[in-house]
Design a protein around this ligand. Structure first.
Ligand code: CUA
Length: 196
């Protein structure tokens, strides 16, 4: 028997076994492809974050969820749309199984709008499609999102956090109307949408 064939590393590989250097080369290629995918996904996050002014909810502001109805910012008479002295709009809403209160809000177009939401029970989600508004609504905290709407329109607003058996039916509307139309509305019609 020759010296070379007694060394197992020098023996020819049986059929169907891929040589080690081929395996290493293929694995290196896949590692590079995966690293490139991570770079692309990170770039998409950064570019959309900067260009679309998207950011994760970072408002740490606590509120007592069991006494929302008794007083303070989220008492019923204070819910809906309010116009601030600087002309911007603030919308206050409560998410509760399985609706948003008020069920429909109206805001003026071309105006800075601040949404302030909290939950009276479990975690809900608040999403306005095609805008930068997308936040969780967590009991005990106030979600605070700034946006504005260039054009009038209707936004259907689904709860996008599973919150119980009625989650699929939990949705509401934001109605964006022209600025002058909004100003012409009475105090109650400004606060919330009359029709359901
Ligand atoms: Cu509220 Cu899902």
């Amino acid at each position: 028997m020759a010296e070379s064939s007694s060394d197992p590393l020098q023996r020819p590989l049986p059929d169907g076994i891929v040589p080690e250097e081929v395996v290493a080369r293929t694995e290196n290629h896949w590692v590079m492809i995966m690293a490139a995918m991570l770079v692309v996904m990170m770039a998409v996050l950064v570019v959309t974050g900067v260009s679309g002014a998207l950011n994760p909810p970072s408002n740490v502001e606590v509120v007592e969820p069991v006494t929302l109805h008794l007083g303070g910012e989220f008492v019923e008479s204070n819910l809906g749309t309010a116009i601030e002295p600087d002309g911007s709009a603030t919308v206050r809403m409560i998410a509760v199984q399985y609706d948003f209160v008020p069920h429909c809000v109206v805001v003026p177009a071309g105006t800075p709008v601040k949404f302030r939401l909290t939950s009276a029970d479990v975690v809900h989600g608040f999403l306005l499609p095609d805008t930068n508004v997308n936040t969780m609504v967590v009991p005990g905290f106030v979600a605070d999102v700034d946006t504005s709407f260039a054009e009038p329109g209707e936004y259907v607003m689904p709860c996008h956090e599973f919150c119980g058996l009625g989650h699929h039916a939990m949705w509401t509307r934001v109605s964006v109307v022209p600025k002058d139309q909004f100003a012409a509305r009475g105090p109650l019609e400004r606060t919330r949408c009359a029709k359901q």
